[in-house]
Design a protein around this ligand. Sequence first.
Ligand code: GPP
Ligand code: MG
Length: 277
Amino acid sequence: MILASPYQQSVAEYWNREKDPVNIRLGDVDGTYHHHYGIGAVDPSVLEGPEETREQRVIAEMHRLETAQATFLIDNLGEVPTSGRVLDAGCGRGGTSFMAHERFGCGVDGVTISESQVAFATEQAERRGVAERVRFHLTNMLDTGFETGAYQAVWNNESTMYVNLDDLFAEHSRLLARGGRYVTITGCYNDTYGLPSRAVSEINARYICSVHARGSYLRSMLAHRLVPISVVDLTAATIPYWELRATSSVATGIEDSFLTAYRDGSFQYLLIAADRV
Ligand code: GPP
Ligand code: MG
């Protein structure tokens, strides 16, 4: 059974319906469609120049920052041989999957519980001529049924907030070869402040997700033979993306919650990389 609960059903429904310009128009810039946020400094020149073309410059800039985020995640996967296999857990429309294939030439499996996302990403793979090597599956990342120990790398690019971490890392640990690499980029709440702040709760409600505490990631990884090799706080690096997004024509209304939560320290944007021991 792919959808194991009423909760998972509602998440699948959200993503099956989702066609937000903030994702489609950014993806249209170069044909790589992301479902995550951006990192890095905004090029101030996008706000200058002719008024008539400013909107398109801002969209292209947001897309550049989102692509920089996926590039940073892939940088942390280590070396993956061309003969290797990697898993994109919660692959969305396939952006990070295609970028990883371009980087390593390896086989990629992307999994999502949204039929529309599988269809969209598969169509992209065909159009790019990589459908033999980059495959998308309507599969639950908690219970993939894929071969044990077959993966050199597994990642979650902003998809861990939809699942129980112990269930997730048990499955990742099973799929990864010994010495394989796990990477996540995620928003998490700061345990220093106790439970999630109001702004974090607004984010949870907006996406039907449940962001975890920073400490929960590290405890759960260690409990499942995933030993962290780096933890990078990307909070300061993602704020410029949100500031630009807040003033853009494709803002969705959640921007102030992210900015408040990041600025008051109750929420953190982290990369965590771990080795499967
Ligand atoms: C969506 O990316 C990512 C999530 C819903 C995960 C929540 C992430 C956190 C850091 C809490 P998206 O690109 O589909 O979102 P949007 O439509 O807002 O751009
Ligand atoms: Mg987006």
